[in-house]
Design a protein around this ligand. Structure first.
Ligand code: G3P
Length: 217
């Protein structure tokens, strides 16, 4: 399973990338706002750090405007995936841009039928949002599982990019279901290293080591 990092924070991306934890990056208008940076500049900087797909989102609602924005974003670097919303105009944009050879990530997916449409429009990635479904008492992980089954039933090669990942359990379950990619904030990815028994065990080792009075260096 590939790890994408869901942020426009260049320092956080670089830190995780140095550890080999970053297969790609996803951004959206809210993350660009949070970064305080110009979208073109920050996206170019991210593409200079990460060789995998970097999603940059269009912000228009009509297909012809989305297509123009997508082409402009794709000029930033070869590894740009143009991110479009799962609307009818977004699907039209997906069809046109994938036809021109660009990677397209169809985002804001909340149903299996939406994922089916994105695959038929040739999407490179489909982004179902797990956490936001959980927020309204629906089952985000069940959606990932359903899309996996439907894509496998018909041999669609659109990659399932599980998004709105909030917890370590989301990551585990996505890996078990067979999501192709997860995108998560840096803190969630770093949090995967934590386990209460690791901390407890390390604390015991440190206490016992101190009692030996020894040093390695
Ligand atoms: O990739 C989509 C993600 O940014 C949404 O996450 O936590 O805002 O629902 P969240």
């Amino acid at each position: 399973m590939k790890f994408f990092v869901d942020t426009a924070d260049v320092a956080a991306i670089a830190e995780l990338n140095d550890l080999g934890m970053v297969d790609g990056v996803t951004t959206n208008p809210s993350l660009i706002l949070k970064s305080g940076r110009d979208i073109i500049e920050v996206t170019r900087e991210i593409c200079g750090i990460v060789s995998g797909p970097v999603s940059a989102e269009v912000v228009s609602l009509k297909a012809e405007d989305m297509i123009a924005e997508g082409r402009k974003l794709a000029e930033i670097a070869q590894n740009i995936a143009v991110k479009v919303p799962l609307t009818w105009d977004g699907l039209k944009t997906c069809k046109v841009l994938t036809g021109e050879g660009f990677m397209v990530n169809v985002t804001l997916c909340f149903s299996t039928n939406q994922a089916l449409l994105a695959a038929k429009a040739g999407a490179t990635f489909i982004s179902p949002f797990i956490g936001r479904l959980d927020d309204i008492n629906l089952d985000g992980l069940e959606l990932i599982s359903d899309i996996r089954q439907v894509y496998d039933n018909y041999g669609f090669d659109t990659q399932i990019l599980a998004a709105s990942i909030r917890t370590a359990n989301h990551v585990t379950q996505c890996a078990l279901i067979g999501a192709d990619v997860i995108t998560a904030p840096p803190a969630v990815i770093k949090g995967l290293a934590s386990h209460v028994l690791t901390e407890k065990g390390l604390d015991q080792f440190m206490q016992d080591w101190a009692k030996t009075g020894q040093k390695i260096i």
